[in-house]
Write a protein that binds this ligand. Sequence first.
Ligand code: AMP
Length: 280
Amino acid sequence: MVLDQISLGPELQQIVGKWKSHKQSLGFVPTMGALHSGHLSLIDLSAKKADHTICSIFVNPTQFNDLGDFNKYPRTIDRDKEVLRASSCDILFTPEVLEIYPESQSTEVIDYGLITSTLEAAMRPGHFDGVVAVLRRLFTIVNPDFAFFGEKDFQQLALVKELCKREFEHMEIVSCPIIREESGLAMSSRNERLSAEARKKAAQLYQALIQVKENWVVSTPEILIQQTILQLESEGQIEVEYLTVIDSENFSEELREGKPARILIAAWIEGIRLIDNIQL
Ligand code: AMP
């Protein structure tokens, strides 16, 4: 497929304006690049649901609470373009930093209750402020009908839904299932930085989630979770930051009868932070 690459917001808006004047719908897949099958599944879903699909690649500086992590984030634009050419994506949007942050990179502090205070928010201060800042700008430029987000970043998905409810009511957020490697490891751009051995080890995170799910008993969840963490950390290569079960809707650790719950994990392997989750 012919893939247009556009870096300027106004140029993109002109094309989107034309599509809209023809009553054609638009799906949007924001990414930070180093594309893998997880990203492509979002693009496929968009192509099924909308007449046109735009994918953005922007490694957003304001959502990294660690400069080293930002610098080391994989950047593989030539390969990404090849991948997108073979996909159903119409336009690749690659804005420069000044397009997204024309004035300053200071971000507003976002307070959506537990979503912006617990787990990822607590471990990565300022991270979600940066995510909201970039998405506000991208959504304003692209103005899509649908935006596609992976359940891989479960808390981010909740954040984006809340943002849309408050500020982009006309847009529909579509949540997409997690795409995994054969080993069960959730696909992630960060996996590229793992050694072959660590990549094998990392599959244990998914096994741990399954273990909690299969052995879940409401009366003694703490023991089950403690045992699972000990097991993961026993060989010294994995360091668990959190393993927990929360109410999928409000992120509270107090589960409600009949309401969906989610098991979430964040862990370090070879200095790389990985996250994963499954439904309880
Ligand atoms: P990223 O480039 O990591 O910012 O991710 C861009 C989008 O792809 C986000 O909505 C992610 O949740 C989604 N995504 C990343 N990895 C996966 C995966 N393994 N399965 C499904 N979606 C994913």
